[in-house]
Design a binder for this molecule. Sequence first.
Ligand code: NAG
Ligand code: NAG
Length: 500
Amino acid sequence: MRQKKWEVICPLFLVVCLTFTLLQMKCFSGPSSTCSKKIKRHFRLPPIERFHMSSVEILEWDYQPEDEVEARLARNVVKYVLMVPHKLQPWLKSLGVAGLSLQDKQELQKLLQFLDASPNFDGAMGVLTQVRVKGFNSAKTLLEESSCTFLVKNWTMSIRNFGPIHPHEPSHREDDSSKATNWFQECNIAETAFVLRKSTFQSLRWRAECGSMSHLDFFKRSEGLLKIGKLSNCFFSPAITYFDHQILQSTGYYLDYSTLGQIHSILRIVRPDKIEWTKCTDDKQFCPEKPLTSRPNTLAAADGYPICCDVLMDEILSTLVDAMNKVGIEYRVVYGTLLGAVRSQSMVPYSDDVDLAIHKADNDQYEKFQFVQRILGSRYFVAWKANPPVTRVFAHYAPTVAVNTQHFFKGADSFESDALFSSKILKEMEKLLPVKNVAVEQRYVDVYPSPEEWFENFTEVTINNRRYHTVGNADKMLKMWYGDYMKIRPEVHSQNTLAT
Ligand SMILES: *[C@@H]1O[C@H](CO)[C@@H](O)[C@H](O)[C@H]1NC(C)=O
Ligand SMILES: *[C@@H]1O[C@H](CO)[C@@H](O)[C@H](O)[C@H]1NC(C)=O
């Protein structure tokens, strides 16, 4: 009797084992790992626990204390907050993390498990690409795709991607870390979605007025002391990680780097692939009123020097004129922009704006400006009749120079850089202080509906090697606007003297 029972159990056991082995083999035989994911879900990850999900509140990038959310946050069961770099969709606002997709819930759970098991970490985040790592080197490449470490020094925030990397395995396999397939990087900044302990969040809070730069502001205030684990096996869908930088700005709610600069006295943000500025410079010695091509290239922005405002204005003028030509909006270069063109074939570096005249009839055609916006795309914002009846065109991006900054540092894992902090550069930076409000710092084009006579004929002027249309009687008009206009004027901003 006893023996018979074993005769049944043994083959059954064998069949179960064999099936499992075959399944495993099938999973690891090819790169398409849909099957392995299934296995992982069934055999490695415990099912999503109600307890865990209710321990997290999800907060948007510009979260302002709201009674309802604060009351939810105050509950003892809430241990973590998930911070996302965008506005929350209404259903996520009301449902919280329960409204996330199944995949995102599973990814979130990995971060929670990591934090539950790692009491000395304040937060955790995932990676930007979903791949299975095959060892330390591929883990390193994956982890270093995104920001990890920052340091603030001499009005500069350097953001780099290095940080110590450790093996990380689900707890039941911790005995064998040499065969790790999951790794995590120790960071002190997160620029994508991340989970933070509630207590840490409450001690620092999220500052809504820092808008789309909330992440940078938040981590700046942490003074680099937070420990954030970046997990190689965690990947949120874009629904969690997208930035709504642009959506924000086109609603006219334009809070950008200058707020960060103003609050923290930060002028320069140095990343591995670019240098961004919270404001441009219009210093007369550094940015003389001369065509850009004739400027000494030793003062290049690629070396870490400030970016001259007239470089930005030149870019926005030529881009906008291209778009207006396509749409069929006739223009004339006028006021301070014409003054610079006639006087020096360049821009007046210390003017705040570029001035264009258009027909009154065109100015009233909203569709034409919508078309201009479509051509300009997301890099610019056309504020139609922003300052009625004047239309204003802004750039959406901070003054930026695309440059590989690795060579400034003493190695891949270093923050030491003398080149970026030479006394010459620091002297130029000092002149930019204090950083003021965005509205003042931002350069733009103003488009004025103008008298019909200005369009009866035209002449051409050159600005930075490019030809533009202006009024037929430029000399007469300039005399009328500015008097003895060929004289270089004392350093004053166009806001007070040149404009309109
Ligand atoms: C630059 O930073 C160093 C170290 O943080 C400091 O000693 C120095 O005074 C700073 N220089 C200026 C010009 O702020
Ligand atoms: C252009 O038109 C203006 C006024 O309409 C006139 O005073 C001026 O002489 C014209 N210029 C040329 C070059 O024809």
